[in-house]
Design a binder for this molecule. Structure first.
Ligand SMILES: [Zn+2]
Length: 95
């Protein structure tokens, strides 16, 4: 099990979360993940993060994007999401 609540269930829901994420902050998000893991008796696994912001969480195609690009928009499959969420999904898959 790796971060069960982040399973890709429905894109509209995730898009909403991606918008809300700005009000939460990345550090808080990680804290929530760790807390969530503790509650479920799981460990939050740290994985190799290199490349996770470039790799599409949907199709795996890597896309170069400068830091100021906050949205991941895949030219291969059209998947659009906040870049941190895209990275999070990639990390989840690696975990
Ligand atoms: Zn893609």
């Amino acid at each position: 099990m790796f971060v069960e609540d982040l399973n890709v269930r429905g894109m509209p829901e995730i898009s909403q979360n991606a918008r809300n994420k700005a009000a939460i902050g990345w550090r808080d998000f990680l804290t929530i993940l760790e807390h969530h893991g503790d509650e479920n008796g799981c460990h939050v696994v740290e994985v190799e993060a290199r490349g996770t912001t470039k790799e599409c969480a949907e199709c795996g195609v890597e896309t170069e994007k400068p830091l100021w690009v906050r949205e991941h928009s895949c030219p291969a499959c059209g998947f659009e999401i906040d870049r941190d969420w895209n990275a999070a999904f990639n990390i989840q898959q690696r975990g």
